[in-house]
Design a protein around this ligand. Structure first.
Ligand code: ATP
Ligand code: MG
Length: 294
């Protein structure tokens, strides 16, 4: 029988549905992952094997094949560990076979069966919500996922054992609440600047009217200092803007502790930063400074 678990692959900030199919078949013992996995996904094998052993489960001495469908979409990152492990657990009867239907799963595994945080939980939760599915994710990303919708079902666990207990009903995990960083995150305030009256007035006009600003001046005149304090006079992000900014931060792996921030982003790249650092890109496409500042 084939056990199916849904997860996602990231294309920019969009999460595309990926189907993890796990088959435990008779034959020589083997553990094979197919479906264009990159190095991190292929290594999931070793993490899944160790995590299951640490959780008191042994892999059956049979032929285990994991297929990541669609087979032509490249799969990158470490968030496939958890769906593969849960699919295997369902296939060997450690959790009820229908427990995972209606859930999108992502998370990285430690060798001790713990579940480590991954990037992109917010877009994954929004994608899962659009398909009317729940989300199983690492505990520390739970409050990030809770932003997707007030009624999406979320299971945020610290370890494989917690997930098994949750589905057996012995220790049901409660839904995490959405978290926001307190506004005190940025101690930089425009009122700390002495003098510079015309520069401060220019900042205020730009902030009020939503204008661009070009600063020209001698080194040490205070340009960077003024620019860094512009967010302190901007209004907090609206709920729609907060989600958009956070989706980019989530894919870039810049959300700490699952709490989103209502502060407007401020980036100060070095003047010698490369084109790829500014515009984003690379083999595994990541947002650049321009996207992160937007
Ligand atoms: N009006 C001011 N009030 C208080 N401190 C100031 C003022 N102007 C400059 N400073 C001090 O000078 C430091 C250097 O300023 P800053 O780095 O913003 O200069 P800059 O114009 O960006 O220079 P560069 O062109 O070299 O980047 C500030 O961190 C601050 O400590
Ligand atoms: Mg400067």
């Amino acid at each position: 029988m084939v056990q199916r678990v849904s997860t996602v692959a990231f294309e920019g900030i969009e999460a595309r549905a990926v189907d993890v199919q796990v088959q435990v078949a008779p034959g020589l013992p083997a553990f094979i992952i197919v479906g264009l996995p990159d190095k991190a996904v292929s290594e999931a094998r070793e993490r899944v094997r160790s995590a299951l052993i640490a959780s008191g489960l042994a892999l059956p001495a049979r032929r285990i094949i994991v297929n990541l469908a669609p087979a032509d979409l490249p799969k990158e990152g470490s968030h496939y560990d958890l769906p593969i492990a849960l699919g295997l657990m369902a296939a060997i009867g450690a959790i009820p076979p229908d427990a995972l239907t209606g859930f999108t799963v992502l998370g990285e595994l430690g060798l001790d069966g713990s579940i480590a945080p991954v990037a992109g939980v917010l877009p994954a939760a929004i994608g899962a919500n659009a398909r009317e599915e729940g989300l199983i994710c690492p505990a520390s990303c739970g409050s990030e996922a809770a932003w997707a919708s007030p009624d999406i079902q979320i299971v945020a666990a610290h370890s494989l054992i917690q997930i098994a207990n949750h589905f057996k009903g012995t220790q049901v995990l409660s839904r995490p609440a959405p978290k926001v960083h307190e506004a005190a995150a940025s101690p930089l305030d425009l009122r700390d600047i002495k003098g510079q009256e015309s520069a401060k007035r220019a900042l205020e006009i730009a902030a009020a009217g939503g204008h661009h600003l070009l600063m020209i001046g001698a080194p040490g005149a205070g340009k960077s200092m003024l620019a860094a304090r512009l967010p302190s006079i901007l209004p907090p992000l609206s709920p729609g803007e907060l989600l958009e900014v956070s989706m980019i931060a989530s894919v870039a792996g810049e959300i700490e502790g699952g709490a989103l921030t209502a502060q407007r982003p401020f980036r100060s790249p070095h003047h010698s930063a490369s084109m790829a650092a500014l515009t984003g890109g690379g083999a595994r496409a990541k947002p650049g400074e321009i996207s992160l500042a937007h």
